[in-house]
Write a protein that binds this ligand. Structure first.
Ligand code: AMP
Length: 666
C-alpha cells in the first residue's frame, strides 16, 4: 500500500528517479521482491528539521565518514577517548578474519565508566534512572544512589563467591534492580547473561546450561497487562537439577508492594536485599582487559540451539558511548527513553551502557506501551519531558491503530527525535509518526539497523540526512556495507541481495559462547565479509533498505525467533510427531507464526488440542514464541530425502504458486 497524501507529513516531498531492479542470484521471496519493486517507485523524502540538523552532534558527518574510511584506526582511536581507561591501549585493532580485537593492551571497567566517573563529577546528583513500574510505582536514582546500590550488590555477590569470568544469569523484568545487577556484574568482571523475563522454562534452562551459570538473579514476578505474572516458578523448574547453579538470588518485589514475604525453599536461595550490607558502598572495580567478555546475550539461530553472542568490554563500550551521542543525539539535559527491555540488545546498549556511559538521564518503564491505556506512552512523555524516544515499528503501528487524536491530547513539544529499530519500518507507519508524534515539536523520525551480534547502529538516518521512508539510511561512520549475491559478488544498486560488512567494528561480537565455529560461519558464508543474515537493497544515492532475513529466522514484533526453536518446542509436546513453522505477514507485528503439526499415531485430537499446543510453547519458550495459528495435518511437504519444505507451506498460505514438490532440491 502506498502512503496516502493524508498520511504524509507536511515536510515530505518527492524526489526524482529511482534505481533499476537487476536480477540477483539469490532466491528472494515474493514479499521481498514486491518490497523492492515498491521501493523503486517510492520517492518520498523528509528533510531533517533545521534545528535538529544544526544541533546534531555530527554536524559534518560526511567528514566523519571520510575520516572513518580513510583512517579507520585513527577514527576509532579518537572515539576511544570518550571512555576512561585504567591502562591505555597500545594498538587500535588486530584484524585477521574472522578474528578481530580492539584496543589491545587496554584495561578498563564498564561499570566504573557508567557510574563512578559521574559520581566524581558535577553529575553526582543528576538523575541517572527514572523508572515507572507497570503498577505506577516510581523510583529515581541519581548517579550517587546508583553508585551505592551497584557497589552494595557487587559486594554481596563477591561475598557469595562471584569472581571475574563467572557467568551470572539475570532473569528480571524492566526494573532498576535488573540494571543494578548488570552493572554489579560488570564491576566484578562477571559475565552477565540476561534472559528476557518473558521466556519460558526450557528457554531459560538451556541458557543456564550453555552458559554454565554459577548464579541466577531473578525477580519473583513481573506485571503483564495488569496481571501479576510469577517468575519464580519458572526459575525453580529451570534450575531444579542444575547443581552448577550455586545461588538463586531473588529480588522479592512482593515485599515492596505489601505482600507477605514468601519462604525460600532451598539452601541456595537468597534475598536480593538481605545479602547486602548497608555500609559496604565501595567495591573495587575489576581492571578488565579490553577484550574480556562483558556479557553473553542469547539470540535465535536456525538450529534450535540458542546462540550465546559474546561482546567484549573495550570495543563495545567505545561503540555504544560514541553512538549514544552521535546517533541518538542524547545530550546533557535530555530525558531519553527506550521502550525496550534489558532482555534485548537494545536494552543492554541503549538503556544501560551507552546512555549511562555518557552520563545521561534514562527514563525506563516496565510494561507494554499500550497498557493500561493506549495513551500511556504520551502521558509519560509529557509528564517526564521526554526528548528522545527509541522504539520499535510494531509499537508505532499499534499507536497508529489508535488514531492521531491520542498523542494530540498531550504536550509532546519536547519530543525532538524518535529512533526506530528491530524490524522494517514500513513507510505508512514512518509517515504517520512523523506527522502525528513529532509534528508538534518539529522533530524527526529516524530508522536504524543493527542486531544482537553488532550491538549498536550500523546503518541509519543521522539527523543531518533526509529520511526516506522504507529505507533505513546510510552506513554510519566506520561502516563499509555492501550488497552481494550468493557468491559474494557485489550487486548493482536496486538489486536485492545479502547485506554484508567488509570490515569489523569494535562493537561487533567476538565469538558465540562455547561454539566458535558458529561465529566463524558469519564470516565464511561470504569469505572475508561478515554476513548479517539479512536481505537488503541499496538505492543509487547509497540509502539501504533492509527487507527481512535470509535464513529461517522470524521477526515477530521486533523479536527474533528461530523456526527451529518453535518446531523443537512443539516436538516436546507428547502428541506431536512432526512440526513445521513459517512466518506470515502481519499488519501489526510484521510477522506472525503459523505452525503445522502431524500428530503421533493414537494421539487424541480433542477440541482442546490446539490450545494445549499453544500453551505448551508458551510455557516452554514464552509468549512471544507462541504460534498465532496451528494447523493439524496428516503429512508435511518434504523433499525426496525427507526434509520438510517450509517455503512450500508458506507459498500456499500466501496464495502463491508453491512449485512442484517432486523437483525441489534439498
Ligand atoms: P535482534 O538481533 O533480535 O536485534 O534482531 C536483529 C534483526 O532484526 C536484524 O538482523 C534484522 O533482520 C532485523 N532488524 C533490526 N533492525 C532493523 C531495521 N531497522 N530495519 C529492518 N530490519 C531490522
Amino acid at each position: 500500500m502506498a502512503p496516502t497524501s493524508d498520511d504524509a507529513p507536511a515536510s515530505a516531498h518527492r524526489k526524482g528517479s529511482t534505481a533499476a531492479t537487476e536480477p540477483s542470484m539469490l532466491e528472494l521471496s515474493h514479499v521481498q521482491q514486491a518490497a523492492i519493486a515498491r521501493l523503486a517507485h517510492d520517492d518520498v523524502v523528509i528533510p531533517p528539521p533545521l534545528q535538529l540538523a544544526r544541533e546534531a552532534v555530527l554536524r559534518n558527518d560526511a567528514v566523519e565518514r571520510m575520516h572513518a574510511q580513510s583512517d579507520p584506526e585513527g577514527f576509532w582511536a579518537a572515539k576511544s577517548q570518550a571512555v576512561d581507561w585504567i591502562e591505555p591501549w597500545n594498538q587500535v585493532v588486530r584484524f585477521d578474519p574472522p578474528e578481530h580485537e580492539w584496543f589491545l593492551g587496554g584495561k578498563l571497567n564498564a561499570c566504573a565508566n557508567c557510574v563512578d566517573r559521574h559520581v566524581y563529577s558535577d553529575r553526582r546528583n543528576k538523575a541517572a534512572i527514572l523508572w515507572v513500574g507497570e503498577d505506577g510505582e516510581e523510583q529515581a536514582y541519581t548517579y550517587n544512589r546508583l553508585y551505592r546500590e551497584v557497589n552494595r550488590f557487587a559486594n554481596a555477590m563477591r561475598r557469595l563467591g562471584v569472581r571475574k569470568g563467572d557467568r551470572v544469569v539475570v532473569y528480571m523484568p524492566m526494573v532498576p534492580e535488573g540494571i543494578i545487577t548488570m552493572l554489579a556484574c560488570a564491576r566484578l568482571g562477571a559475565i552477565h547473561c540476561v534472559v528476557y523475563a518473558g521466556m519460558g522454562t526450557e528457554a531459560l534452562r538451556s541458557r543456564l546450561v550453555d552458559a554454565a551459570a554459577k548464579v541466577i538473579v531473578c525477580s519473583d514476578f513481573t506485571f503483564r497487562r495488569g496481571k501479576k505474572m510469577p517468575l519464580k516458578p519458572t526459575v525453580d523448574e529451570a534450575v531444579r537439577d542444575l547443581t552448577a547453579v550455586e545461588h538463586v538470588i531473588v529480588h522479592r518485589r512482593g515485599s515492596r508492594v505489601g505482600d507477605a514475604p514468601f519462604q525460600f525453599d532451598s539452601e541456595r536461595e537468597r534475598d536480593f536485599y538481605d545479602i547486602q550490607h548497608a555500609r559496604e558502598i565501595h567495591c573495587e572495580p575489576e581492571a578488565m582487559d579490553s577484550e574480556d567478555p562483558l556479557f553473553i546475550l542469547y539470540t535465535s539461530g536456525t538450529t534450535g540451539k540458542p546462540k550465546g553472542i559474546v561482546h567484549s568490554t573495550g570495543g563495545y563500550l567505545v561503540g555504544v558511548t560514541y553512538l549514544a551521542r552521535a546517533f541518538y543525539q542524547i545530550g546533557e539535559r535530555d530525558i531519553y527513553w527506550s521502550t525496550s527491555d534489558i532482555g534485548w540488545i537494545v536494552g543492554h546498549s541503549f538503556i544501560v551502557y551507552g546512555p549511562l556511559s555518557i552520563g545521561a538521564t534514562v527514563f525506563c518503564r516496565e510494561g507494554v506501551p499500550d497498557h493500561p491505556t493506549p495513551d500511556v506512552t504520551w502521558e509519560l512523555c509529557e509528564r517526564f519531558g521526554v526528548n528522545i524516544l527509541f522504539t520499535a515499528p510494531t509499537a508505532m503501528r499499534m499507536w497508529m491503530s489508535h488514531g492521531p487524536e491520542v498523542p494530540l491530547r498531550y504536550d509532546l513539544s519536547r519530543l525532538r527525535l524518535i529512533a526506530c529499530a528491530g524490524e522494517p519500518l514500513n513507510p505508512e507507519a514512518h509517515l504517520w509518526s512523523q506527522k502525528h508524534l513529532v509534528g508538534q515539536s518539529g522533530g524527526f523520525v529516524v530508522d536504524n539497523w543493527w542486531q544482537t551480534e553488532i550491538a549498536a547502529p550500523v546503518l541509519g538516518t543521522l539527523p543531518t540526512f533526509e529520511a526516506r521512508p522504507g529505507k533505513v539510511g546510510k552506513p554510519l561512520p566506520g561502516v563499509i556495507a555492501d550488497i552481494v549475491n550468493a557468491h559474494g559478488e557485489p550487486l548493482p544498486d536496486g538489486a536485492g541481495g545479502l547485506l554484508v560488512l567488509r570490515r569489523p567494528l569494535p562493537y561487533m561480537m567476538r565469538t558465540v559462547w562455547n561454539d566458535h565455529a558458529r561465529y566463524e560461519a558469519y564470516w565464511t558464508q561470504i569469505p572475508g565479509c561478515y554476513a548479517a543474515g539479512d536481505i537488503a537493497v541499496r538505492d543509487k544515492d547509497g540509502w539501504f533498505a533492509v527487507l527481512g532475513r535470509s535464513d529461517d529466522v522470524l521477526n515477530v514484533a521486533g523479536h527474533r525467533i528461530g523456526t527451529a526453536d518453535v518446531e523443537g518446542s512443539l516436538l516436546r509436546h507428547p502428541s506431536v510427531a512432526e512440526s513445521a513453522v513459517v512466518g506470515l505477514p502481519d499488519a501489526l507485528k510484521g510477522e506472525r507464526i503459523k505452525a503445522f503439526v502431524v500428530l503421533k499415531p493414537g494421539a487424541s485430537t480433542g477440541p482442546g488440542l490446539v490450545a494445549s499446543l499453544k500453551d505448551h510453547v508458551r510455557q516452554d519458550l514464552g509468549p512471544i514464541a507462541q504460534p498465532a495459528e496451528i494447523e493439524i495435518r496428516t503429512a508435511l511437504p518434504k523433499t525426496r530425502s525427507g526434509k520438510i519444505v517450509r517455503r512450500y507451506l508458506k507459498a500456499v498460505e500466501l496464495g502463491e504458486d508453491p512449485g512442484d514438490l517432486s523437483t525441489l532440491a534439498d
